[in-house]
Design a protein around this ligand. Structure first.
Ligand code: AMP
Ligand code: GLY
Length: 426
């Protein structure tokens, strides 16, 4: 079977790595891929946003199965377009992908079906949004409706910040049309967790829980990033809470989407805020998380192709997930300056030595090969992911490999997994 993976991040490297272990897969292509992916798949120079280009490639090369990593391809309708052309593809169609593509659609759906989430109001008019901000006061959260590469959410502790955030989105249009509409939302305190599941629109099969580290600096301080590291499982999600989330969030959302005429197939990712043993939905994503995919796929023993095909064919009920009980930890190594500006093109050393380590995989994100050596080309560069029966050992293994790898100005957090460790030890 020939498989095409769409995307170029650490998540896509993890997907390619997992597919490479499948007995069913004979050839893997990745569009556009990265320096690490190129070592195990054929990278194709077509952007994840060039849907016509991807379709042309898949048809010409008789691709049997396409797996989509990033949300933008899904929001552009890649699934509808591939299916219309008779190609097999994994992910929600354009209508269902609005769950991530439009926060107003998502919030209205959750409100209509009583799925727990923060109180909110949505506005297309800047003055009305401002008046609402003044009325409810801080803390609050301002969110651009559409996709904004993870930057369209502004948590505001001061009224001046909140007013500036509304103007940033609606007047300065920092996120373009994504800011045509804005959500002003109640601030939820608590601890976050990622709840990521396969669904065929009827059955929901959850992967283990995980937790991302969004803030750039240790102790969850500094601006938000795409994610500086992740681990699985997330002990903040107790078995009771897990059952509650499955029923009141995951199943409820799948049923709500079906009732609204947009049945959902693919990865369903609920970003949760947990407090006092209760979970509320912060966001839905319609894809694997990045970096969560790296520690999650490392724990999945099933052939990924079997699970993905069962989703496409609507018989996910026939699958049982086989999960490695050992915890996993992924430490993201980033370019210094990220999530702000950073310098690209520095040679990365230590990767050969790292490759010799057992139970550790170095997933690539922003890397490319230049003049024969791997260099950094993105904000998030590598995701060093380790597995061990003991969480503390998994953390130590990951950091031992992180310490082998270097390039100029490279940056990483030192405290990935510490929150889980504290919970496990308490
Ligand atoms: P989102 O993309 O909506 O998940 O937002 C990105 C990040 O902003 C989340 O992971 C949270 O850290 C934070 N956030 C979003 N909404 C809220 C909220 N209502 N209360 C507190 N923090 C939030
Ligand atoms: N790790 C957060 C995300 O994938 O959106």
């Amino acid at each position: 079977m020939k498989v095409l993976v769409v995307g170029s991040g650490g998540r896509e490297h993890a997907l390619v790595w997992k597919l490479a272990q499948s007995q069913k897969v004979t050839e893997i292509f990745c569009a556009p891929g990265n320096g690490g992916i190129a070592q195990m798949a054929r990278c194709v120079p077509v952007s994840a946003e060039d849907i016509d280009g991807l379709l042309g490639f898949a048809q010409k090369n008789t691709i049997d199965l396409t797996i989509v990593g990033p949300e933008v391809s899904l929001a552009l309708g890649i699934v509808d377009i591939f299916q219309d052309a008779g190609l097999r593809i994994f992910g929600p169609d354009k209508k269902a992908a609005a769950l991530e593509g439009s926060k107003v659609f998502m919030k209205d759906l959750l409100a209509k079906y009583n799925i727990p989430s923060a109180q909110y109001a949505s506005f297309t008019d800047r003055d009305q949004a401002m008046a609402y901000v003044d009325k409810i006061g801080v803390p609050l959260v301002v969110k651009a409706d559409g996709l904004a590469a993870g930057k369209g959410v502004i948590v505001c502790q001061e009224l001046s910040e909140a007013r500036e955030a509304v103007d940033l989105v609606m007047t300065q249009r920092a996120f373009g049309d994504a800011g045509n509409e804005v959500i002003i939302e109640e601030f939820l305190p608590g601890e976050e967790a990622s709840f990521i599941a396969f669904t065929d629109g009827t059955t929901v099969l959850p992967l283990p829980t995980s937790q991302d580290h969004k803030a750039v600096y240790d102790g969850d301080t500094g601006p938000n990033t795409g994610g500086m590291g992740a681990y699985s499982p997330a002990p903040v999600v107790t078995p009771e809470l897990h059952a509650q989330v499955m029923e009141t969030v995951m199943m409820a959302t799948v049923k709500a989407l079906e009732a609204e005429g947009c049945p959902y197939k693919g990865m369903l990712y609920a970003g949760l805020m947990i407090r006092d043993g209760k979970a509320k939905v912060l966001e839905f994503n319609c894809r694997f998380g990045d970096p969560e995919a790296q520690p999650l796929l490392m724990r999945l023993n099933n052939d990924l192709v079997d699970v993905v095909e069962a989703v496409i064919d609507g018989n996910l009920a026939s699958i049982t997930l086989d999960i490695d009980p050992r915890p996993t930890v992924c430490v993201v190594m980033a370019s210094g300056g990220y999530p702000g500006s950073y310098t690209k093109g520095y040679a990365i050393s230590g990767l050969d030595e790292a490759a010799g380590e057992q139970d550790v995989v170095v997933f690539h994100a922003g890397t490319t090969v230049k003049d024969g050596s791997l260099v950094n080309t993105g904000g998030r560069v590598l995701g060093v992911t380790a597995i061990d029966a003991d969480l503390a050992n998994a953390i130590n293994k990951a950091y031992a490999v992180v310490d082998m790898i270097h390039w100029q100005d490279c940056y990483f957090r030192r405290d990935i997994g510490q929150k889980a460790l504290r919970r496990t030890n308490s």
